[in-house]
Every structure is written in C-alpha cells, then in structure tokens.
Ligand binder design. Structure first.
Ligand SMILES: [Cu+2]
Length: 108
C-alpha cells in the first residue's frame, strides 16, 4: 500500500502524454484507466485576473493552479493582470475557482 501514492503521482505526470500519443491503445482496458487519464489534451488559455499587486501574488496563484490535475504550465503577471495556463479545457472552471478562493477576481 505504501507505493500506491507514488504510483498515482507518476500516472498524473504521464497522463497527458499517453492521451495524445496513444488514445487508441487505451480501448479495451477502460476499467484499468485511472480518472486522470481521461483528461483531454492541454490547451493554452488566458484569464483576466484582478487583485494581484506583486510577484508574491503571482506565485501564490501558480502554486495553487499548478496542483490541479492536468495543468502543465502557469504564468501570472500582476502588471498585465492576467494568468496564462496550459491545461485541459475541462479544468478551466476548477482553475478559476482556485484563483477566486485565493481572493482574486477572475473576469470572464
Ligand atoms: Cu502581492
């Protein structure tokens, strides 16, 4: 049981790669595929975020956003008031919620 956690960390890290490289190879073993591997391929999107005033705010946001499953990149700018993320599109709501919970406002 001790290795179960490590295994899931590795699965998250390679999930996006597996989905883009060999989606057809997954057919036939659906029950063995962890939920993380069902995320779609990451896309780049930009959120307009108000309330950041320094680099500490930028790292606070990307620290949180980076922990969301499927997120492969995060870049925040308090001067441009935006956050650029590379993540599966279906994770966008979770990313907006995480930023909002930190006290910043995301404009849609
Ligand atoms: Cu700040």
């Amino acid at each position: 049981m001790r290795s179960a956690h490590m295994n899931s960390v590795v699965v998250v890290a390679v999930a996006a790669t597996l989905m883009t490289l060999a989606p057809m190879a997954m057919v036939g073993c659906d029950r063995a595929v962890p939920a993380e591997q069902k995320l779609s391929a990451p896309v780049n999107f930009r959120l307009s975020v108000k309330g950041m005033h320094c680099e500490g705010c930028e790292s606070a946001i990307c620290d949180k956003v980076g922990k969301i499953a499927g997120v492969t990149a995060c870049k925040a700018s308090h001067t441009a008031e935006d956050v650029e993320v590379i993540a599966p599109a279906e994770q966008k709501a979770a990313i907006i919620a995480a930023i909002t919970r930190l006290g910043y406002s995301v404009e849609k």
